[in-house]
Design a protein. Sequence first.
Length: 95
Amino acid sequence: MRPVLESYSQESNPDFENIMVLRTVAIEGAFLKPHIKSCMNVLDVGCGPGSITLGLAEIVSPGEAIGIDLRPSQVEKAETLRSVRGIKNARSVSV
Ligand SMILES: C[S@@+](CC[C@H](N)C(=O)[O-])C[C@H]1O[C@@H](n2cnc3c(N)ncnc32)[C@H](O)[C@@H]1O
């Protein structure tokens, strides 16, 4: 049996990606926020451009938020956003 290579259906949709970067823990992550506390370490699977990962990092500090994503282009965006915001306890990696 051949392995199945995963893909992502919105991969070539810039409009969708422009919306993704505006998402926040306060709004889209509201269901999760009450369960996230300072000093936790969180893994954000499918972090995309990282806006939610960075919001999680602010809550869990001095714990860490790690974002992972299938697409290196998203990880690059997440790392750029992290650098612009000067957040030290987050990072994103591609898987
Ligand atoms: C809709 S975006 C969501 C981004 C962010 N989590 C948010 O809620 O704003 C979904 C992301 O998950 C990633 N993704 C999809 N399947 C994945 C998988 N199996 N492992 C890691 N990342 C995955 C995609 O590349 C895409 O960047």
